[in-house]
Unconditional design. Structure first.
Lengths: 336, 329, 336, 329
């Protein structure tokens, strides 16, 4: 895709500021992710699931939605997505370090279990793909109140094997509900390759069987994702129902900080995915279009690094949760 | 006050509450035009239409998962699972999601959701192994869930109102044998029966029978029989299985010093174990006899053939025998 | 489809005896089903799920398999299927009346929960669609022992909405296992019409999303079903993997003896399904082909009626289960 | 005798048993080349290949349902669920299918199946709410299922052999905190530990602590502490949760007259309730103190932050405090 400063770079008319903003969001996601992995190796962050390789998909999707109005039901890999919607690096670092101000869960959940009511990022648990049904229920509520918001829910290609994924797509299709099912297909579920997860080449092939459109998009192409998600959101807003979107990603890191993918992936494969780093790609595109040069890119990078440094300092200074609160919020007030 | 059956109390309460609060929706298999396989939702679809009375696909995890989402977004869903026996496919949504939603978000998100399901077996319910179970103990073990089981039409109404208005997920189990077998007075107003309060349904000074659901009526019958011999049994209907009314349980046990816990569900690991353990710990000094428990034997559920089903079910006879054992101690 | 006595009526070369056998199996299923419903109205059989309208599908499928070698995991509507595989009318009447000799469960389960180890009809419970996964596991065992048997499992179109259905098809496709998934689509799940069960016209459209062939067949056409199931079984036996077969049926009776379909179905619809009685249709075809005439048909009917009469007498004379056995078989012997 | 960790005992037992019995297969998420997220199946894929060590799709109902089918057809599947927290999606297959298969067919069909899953939380296991639960009470309520939880490498081997050779479905839970924390002697031969037999792991005449899993070790530590003051506690490792070893429970309780039941799982409706109820009923005359229970508080599971997790976990301190309460009674 050719980008120029004068002509809008795609049919959706993204201007330079927006494009640079998307690039910055990807860089911020990457740097924060890298930082958390350093903290992990230092023994300070017990557990990490990395978003590296998924940034284009996540930022492209976020940019196509109305942050704070549209509902987001993410999964544990969506660091860059939740940042792009509006969570702050320090929010994620509170979680990584298990500190009380973690807005997602007050350090009750593992990091990567994002939540923010003001941003309409809905709390998720660890049981894979359960949130896909919640997305449908939220869409039902949206419909019943005749609102125009849409719901985005994400999961990995492994998550599509769960019964809940099936039940959710079926329900959404029957009622033509405003949900986007975004599958971030990185071809591995921990160690299980896609070929042992399904007998089809493309997750999007499932869509027809539910009676909804299915699209496979290059998840390394942030603008393509932006376009596809935007179109699906448009359809959803106008009552045309749900869409299954498969974004082809690469998993640059191991499944989690407890995993070592060299034990089950080919060295050649691991080299190959490095060639598909979505950050390098977008940067090259922006440079080719004359929208970014080396020094601007460096400036973005160092601004992001400063932001992460500051966030880390703030998070490290934050208190751990007060044990006296451990038993709170099991039940709400006002029950009989 | 109006006299009605238990299923009618459920139905009219849903009707009233949907009229009062437009956030309330009903969803489940066959709850629409058919009005549910037991008629508990009859007339709702006519009154409130497709958007609020939703015939779901045949998928229980879907029903509960979608209801959770709707609750997160501000609705007040009342999901019907056609038989409690078909709740297990939804267990992950209930245990992993509904129960933990508030806790895991520090109270930022919550999940005010009712899951109604007919439970139990017994006389003239030819349900067999998969239409007869009582699974409340499973849910009673899960922090974040509440569990209620009414034994009268009035409680059916009062507890359903409480459940719908509760800020948290409530499992509301309706014993099939009570649906039409028994009519009772139901208050006309907005009479909530608070969750967590047991009721003394028969007074007595000599022993306490702690029970719930259809077994309450069998226990009262058994108590009446032993009363003929001067042994007066207090029958306590727990009504709420989680949270248990510990104060009432302990007070009654301390008063009488002899306790029988009885329920239809399988005995081993059942609700009776928790109740008996509470009594054993809290009332030790006051007990004049071992805490007895009776419940379903160690067979998977109630068989189809009546000759076999009779082996499962307690009935007043077995409760009476247990009470006489207490009397003789 | 034109039938003649001399030329084989279809490519699979069915001879007259086979065809008449299939017709007889359909008649027997129908008459037995009707009898059980009479017993229900008399208060003797507490619960019935009728196979009426599904006989062509069930008999066609059974005839395409190797009874006793291929494995069957049926659902509650498969009276004619299990009869055609080899269960006897009296077996079903024992169950209907709750008598001890019921081979399926000794009257522990509701009628309609068929089982026979010698016939490889596997016990099923009532939880819809669970058996679909068991079928996959059995196919796995078949494969691991390098046997050539296949597995047939059935459910209604409602059952396809359960998560287990999805998980089963996916697994079978990944491992190319010898399973036939036969969906008897009668367009209703109790009162819920197909349009509220799925947003697609044909269940078979789901197959492509799993990477297996999907076929929709007129389930009122016993020979078409026979051919489609036979072809799928052939593929499965030769290692080519599973098939999803959708047979379009009509539900002539209410969902069960506890249901009254006039409360939720159009009178016109109920009249219309009557026009699609598969028995009438096959009889007409056989007559047109000169393979059956009125008196032969009457003879078949009265022989079947005699068989059912005898079976009923035997079942009514049988004892109810001995309460002393109620606690047996919770666990097996030989555990430590 | 060889010395090894608990996870190594699981692994070598699987290896041995697959070598001995070609009907044994292993299936689950990441059990193949990766060897499981805890390494419990490491080396199996290399030894037995794709056909017997099967990386499943990410679908727990599928794993258990397929295993059930394989068992029906004569194999001996050992299914791994990656964490016990992810068993709920498979609950219908376990409760409705595996547990009832034999009963509903009068013993004609059966389902010899093992479901292994790591459970529990605690020190240095940063599992949080969904990688820390102990759900055994749910399964212990279900007739037709067996539940075992080893606390030593030797029992891990012996109980796994028993489970694989058992004619019925067995849930086999492995406490993560024990996987590598502790090494122990493991007999080399074919040493089965029969299902249903508790073990006295520490003798004592003054009180009995009934417990299982990782808590056994905490209980022994606590017992050693109070022994310093002359109060000798018998610690009984239940090992099997269903069927419970009633004879051993009752004998020990009768001998000492003072009983503490302790486990990591949530207290309310937990296994301890059943154990306490048995003791309260059967040992009434011999009891010198109320049956005490301690277990997980009423919060959904163990939080991520260590400061919060500490509120959940028992540890030797709380067990010691409970034992001192018994001593003082
Ligand atoms: C119900 C359930 N089963 C298993 C797990 C353990 N688990 C966590 S992530 C994961 C793999 C997910 O793979 P995929 O969906 O492809 O997402 P990815 O991590 O590749 O982005 C597994 C097996 C879980 N969290 N929940
Ligand atoms: C898990 C589960 N949920 C609900 C039910 C109740 N139920 C029994 S049959 C049925 C409808 C099935 O419809 P379909 O699959 O289309 O089969 P049909 O009866 O039409 O042949 C329902 C809802 C059940 N048995 N199991
Ligand atoms: Mg993946
Ligand atoms: Mg149907």
């Amino acid at each position: 895709m050719a980008l120029t400063e004068s002509a809008p770079p795609d049919a959706r008319g993204l201007d330079r500021a927006t494009l640079i903003g998307m690039y910055r969001a990807m860089v911020l996601g990457r740097l924060l992710d890298e930082r958390v992995m350093v903290l992990n190796r230092q023994g300070l962050a017990p557990f990490v699931t990395s978003c590296q390789g998924h940034e284009a998909t996540q930022v492209g999707a976020a940019a196509a939605l109305r942050a704070g109005a549209d509902w987001i039901l993410p999964y544990y890999r969506d660091l860059a997505l939740t940042l792009a919607i509006g969570m702050r690096p320090v929010d994620h670092l509170f979680a990584a370090l298990g500190r009380a101000p973690d807005p997602s869960s007050g350090a009750r959940q593992m990091p990567g279990h994002f939540s923010s009511r003001p941003l309409r990022i809905v709390t998720t648990g660890s049981s894979v793909a359960t949130q896909v049904l919640h997305a449908v229920g939220i869409a039902l509520a949206i419909r019943s109140r005749q609102e125009t918001d849409v719901v985005l829910t994400t999961c990995g290609e492994g998550g599509t094997s769960e019964g809940d994924f099936h039940e959710a797509l079926n329900w959404a299709a029957i009622h033509r509900l405003p949900v986007l099912f975004l599958v971030e297909n990185n071809h591995y579920a921990i160690s299980v390759p896609q070929s042992r997860q399904m007998a089809i080449a493309r997750v999007a092939e499932r869509a027809a069987g539910y009676g909804m459109p299915g699209v496979t998009v290059d998840g390394g192409d942030v603008l393509a994702v932006h376009r596809v998600v935007g179109e699906a959101a448009e359809r959803a807003r106008t009552g045309a129902g749900p869409t299954l979107i498969e974004a082809l990603c690469v998993r640059l890191q191991s499944h989690s900080s407890d995993d070592d993918q060299r034990r089950y992936r080919d060295p050649a494969d691991l080299l190959d995915v490095r060639q598909h780093d979505p950050l390098d790609r977008f940067r090259t595109e922006l440079e080719a279009a004359g929208l970014l040069d080396g020094s601007a890119a460096d400036a973005i990078r160092s601004a992001c690094r400063d932001e992460v440094d500051l966030a880390q300092a703030e998070a490290e200074a934050a208190p751990v949760p007060d044990p006296a609160t451990a038993l709170a919020h099991v039940y709400g007030e006002g029950g009989s | 006050m109006t006299t009605m059956t238990l299923v009618e109390a459920v139905r009219t309460t849903l009707l009233d509450e949907m009229g009062r609060d437009e956030r309330v929706i009903v969803l489940g298999e066959d709850v629409g035009v058919k009005g549910g396989v037991f008629g508990a939702t009859a007339g709702l679809h006519q009154a409130f239409g497709d958007a609020r009375v939703i015939d779901s696909p045949l998928a229980e995890s879907g029903i509960v998962g979608v209801a959770i989402g709707a609750a997160l977004a501000g609705l007040r869903p009342v999901a019907e699972i056609q038989f409690v026996d078909f709740i297990p496919p939804a267990m992950d949504q209930l245990i992993s999601e509904a129960a933990k939603m508030r806790y895991r978000s520090q109270g930022v998100w919550s999940c005010p959701l009712v899951v109604r399901a007919p439970c139990g077996g017994g006389v003239h319910v030819h349900g067999a192994l998969y239409h007869s179970q009582s699974l409340e103990a499973i849910f009673a073990h899960v922090p974040g869930l509440k569990v209620v089981i009414p034994s009268t039409p009035a409680d059916a109404k009062g507890l359903l109102l409480a459940a719908i208005r509760d800020p948290d997920p409530v499992l509301y189990f309706e014993h099939k044998a009570l649906y039409r077998a028994l009519s009772g007075e139901v208050p006309t107003g907005d009479q909530v029966v608070p969750i967590g309060q047991a009721a003394v349904v028969r007074e007595g000074r000599d022993a306490t029978c702690l029970t719930y659901g259809a077994t309450v009526h069998e226990a009262v019958a058994a108590a009446d029989r032993v009363a003929a011999d001067g042994f007066e049994v207090e029958v306590v209907d727990l009504r709420t299985i989680r949270p248990l009314d510990r104060a009432q349980i302990v007070a009654s046990a301390n008063r009488t010093g002899k306790v029988l816990v009885a329920h239809e569900a399988n005995l081993i690991g059942g609700v009776g174990a928790e109740v008996a353990a509470i009594v054993a710990e809290e009332c030790f000094e006051q007990l004049d006899a071992p805490v007895l428990r009776i419940g379903g034997p160690a067979m998977p559920a109630i068989p189809f053939a009546e000759s076999l089903a009779a082996v499962y079910c307690l009935g007043p006879d077995r409760i009476e025998a247990a009470l006489r054992k207490l009397a003789a101690y």
